[in-house]
Design a protein around this ligand. Structure first.
Ligand SMILES: [Fe+2]
Length: 373
């Protein structure tokens, strides 16, 4: 029997009013928090006020860095680090979607290593210890609150990818109420990212019995929200909790396995053509399923409410809409992405089936063929 391993060291609390009810757990982490958010949504959805109230209750200081852009750059991380050091912050709270949470992990690393420069972010086998870091999601996709991954834009190399440091948050606080203000499009793009995590983790060479158990539970939760995503039902508080739970389970699953070919192919679409992450990933997901063992594919499709890869792809197009990018822009990017992914053996090895350049191309161009048919 193949050895099964699982490691998930994040303390997770998930309930209504979780930030206020776990104020004491936040207060234990330090004397002054650097709160890391995007520009608007953390204030709009109420999480910023909740964090301030929780910290104020215990007399913990706080400073706000609200300059995290989508697909945060290493430059932004360094700017926030300098601000955090200047403010004498001794722990970091990242609140928002994947971008503020991923940035928060990297900022916590760089505050801990305050004398180091930008290159430290990309130094392999260096000390990855951080000051304590808390993640509070306000979207339902990334699962970053329970993963060790920090994806940053490398503005020097013109790419986007995970930094080599593995940084699990110390604490994840999850409350579906923060989704209530999200637009239908944000809800769909992020929920489909969560679905991709669940599929890519289950259909992964590194999947094991425990990670598959978690992915399958996530798929069952995700299925419950399909009517909301298709706009057949108005979301209620239980739906928001369920979406958050599906995203968290997707995060736990990929924390173990990593993602696979669809994520690898998607980064160029996001970097060069500004396609939202979840939408870009799912563009390649049906193709990935078509290449898999069909019993396996049917199992996970069924668990998430679809009878076939085609039905999934139709739902994806309905919820996330077509790319609407001209061929002369789109095709060179996909072509290049196919070459990059197929020349990366570690990436190809994530698929649970042999993945040569022809296979990658079939995956990458499946969606386009569907649109043309
Ligand atoms: Fe993702």
């Amino acid at each position: 029997m193949k050895e099964d391993r699982f490691y998930m060291p994040v303390r997770v609390f998930s309930c209504r009013e979780v930030v206020r009810s776990h104020a004491k757990d936040l207060a234990k982490l330090g004397k002054k928090a650097l709160i890391v958010t995007g520009r608007h949504s953390a204030k709009a959805c109420g999480v910023y006020d909740d964090i301030c109230a929780a910290l104020d209750e215990y007399g913990i200081g706080h400073a706000l860095f609200d300059g995290v852009e989508e697909n945060p750059s290493a430059a932004t991380v360094m700017k926030a680090r300098d601000f955090g050091v200047q403010e004498k912050a001794d722990f970091v709270i990242g609140a928002g979607g994947g971008s503020p949470m991923d940035a928060a992990k990297a900022i916590a690393l760089m505050i801990r290593h305050a004398s180091e420069g930008r290159d430290y972010l990309y130094t392999k086998d260096a000390d990855s210890s951080t000051v304590p870091v808390v993640c509070i999601p306000t979207t339902c996709g990334t699962g970053s609150e329970v993963t060790a991954v920090s994806v940053l834009t490398n503005e020097v190399k013109h790419t986007k990818g995970s930094i080599p440091h593995k940084i699990f948050p110390d604490l994840a606080l999850i409350d579906g109420k923060y989704l209530a203000g999200a637009s239908g499009q944000v809800l769909c793009n992020t929920a489909f990212d969560a679905l991709a995590h669940l599929y890519e983790s289950w259909l992964n060479a590194d999947a094991g019995p425990i990670s598959r158990l978690i992915a399958e539970d996530g798929l069952r939760e995700w299925k419950k929200c399909l009517p909301v995503l298709k706009k057949e039902k108005q979301p209620d508080p239980d739906d928001y909790d369920t979406l958050m739970r599906a995203a968290m389970l997707g995060g736990m699953a990929i924390a173990h396995t990593g993602t696979s070919i669809p994520h690898a192919l998607s980064y160029a679409l996001t970097y060069h053509l500004h396609v939202a992450h979840g939408k870009a990933v799912c563009y390649f997901l049906a193709g990935y399923l078509k290449e898999a063992d069909q019993q396996d594919a049917s199992r996970i499709l069924e668990l998430s409410g679809f009878s076939s890869a085609e039905e999934f792809h139709t739902a994806y197009r309905l919820c996330c809409h077509d790319l609407e990018i001209e061929d002369d822009q789109l095709l060179p990017v996909i072509e290049q992405s196919c070459k990059d992914v197929s020349s990366n053996p570690a990436r190809c090895a994530k698929a649970p089936y042999p993945c040569d350049e022809d296979t990658i191309r079939r995956i990458a161009f499946y969606a386009r063929k569907q649109e043309g048919s």
